[in-house]
Design a protein around this ligand. Structure first.
Ligand code: C5P
Length: 268
């Protein structure tokens, strides 16, 4: 019997780099939410592990042990024929392979050791609004948030995560406030997010200027109240109060930039 999984896009609404460990990994303080768009997976029990990759972003995705899906299934000690429909650009700051791996672990009811697959896998396993600290391993759920919508934009460039971290000018930046405020409206939520940062945004732009074009285009869009890069890029997001506004912003951006990946979504 085939069963299904979903691997939502992960969005770092904020990403403060607050230090560096002796092993080179960075300490983070990040507000993470998940989109209602993502990759889809299908699991068909089989005597051996095998992987088929389909969908608009299938090209270049390995179908062997190099894929985190494979490693997650091995960690779970399970064999199946797994199909993944890659709807999200990968290596793009929105979870990609980490969210796929988390979907496999969720399917098999495994949570221990998720961080061994990657720093973002634990938060993707939670797959709901979280404050993420440590190197991604310390999670605290954030509840009672107002509705939030976004338009996601990827200018179709790839920036390698280690290089962006390496290019940081400062590694000891201020964390978010100890206690996050309570947000009674979407507007106050977005206003507060605008006061926070993604410390990886400037080093990513220094390597890849189209990220700055994407942020400028999001700012220029009616209905987007703030714009920022997610993770180590290159995907950026514009935040909106309603789904209709996110859809209108997406139509405008897609018409102006037919070569970009543009998607409206709800965040939760
Ligand atoms: O854990 P993952 O393989 O996803 O991380 C990719 C790279 O991103 C690491 O090799 C490291 O260079 C960088 N990274 C970091 N600090 C983190 C997470 C990732 O320096 N907290």
């Amino acid at each position: 019997m085939t069963s299904e999984g979903f691997a939502p896009a992960k969005i770092n609404l904020t990403l403060h780099v607050t230090g560096r460990r002796d092993d080179g990994y960075h300490l983070l303080d990040s507000f993470v939410m998940f989109a209602d768009i993502g990759d889809r997976l299908w699991f068909e029990p089989d005597a051996q592990l095998s992987l088929t990759v389909t969908g608009p972003f299938a090209e270049g995705v390995p179908t062997d042990r190099r894929n985190l899906i494979w490693q997650a299934a091995e960690m779970a000690g399970q064999t199946a024929h797994i199909t993944v429909e890659k709807n999200l650009p990968h290596g793009a700051g929105i979870g990609g392979g980490s969210s796929d791996a988390a979907s496999v672990l969720r399917h098999y009811g495994v949570s221990a050791g998720a961080s061994r697959l990657g720093a973002d896998v634990p938060v993707c396993l939670a797959s709901s609004a979280q404050r993420m600290q440590g190197i991604g391993d310390i999670l605290a759920p954030v509840n009672g948030l107002p509705d939030l919508f976004a338009v996601l934009v990827n200018p179709r460039i790839h920036v390698p995560t280690p290089e962006v971290f390496k290019a940081l000018q400062s590694r000891d930046n201020a964390p978010m406030p100890l206690d996050l405020p309570h947000f009674s409206t979407t507007q106050t939520f977005i206003d507060w997010l605008a006061t926070q940062r993604n410390d990886l945004q400037d080093p990513a732009i220094a390597r890849a200027s189209p990220i700055s074009d994407a942020i400028d285009a999001l700012h220029a869009c009616p209905h987007t109240l703030m714009a920022r890069m997610s993770g180590s890029g290159a995907t950026c997001f514009g935040l909106c109060e309603t789904l209709e506004q996110a859809q209108s912003a997406a139509s405008i951006l897609a018409a102006d930039h037919p070569d970009w990946w543009v998607q409206p979504c709800r965040l939760s």
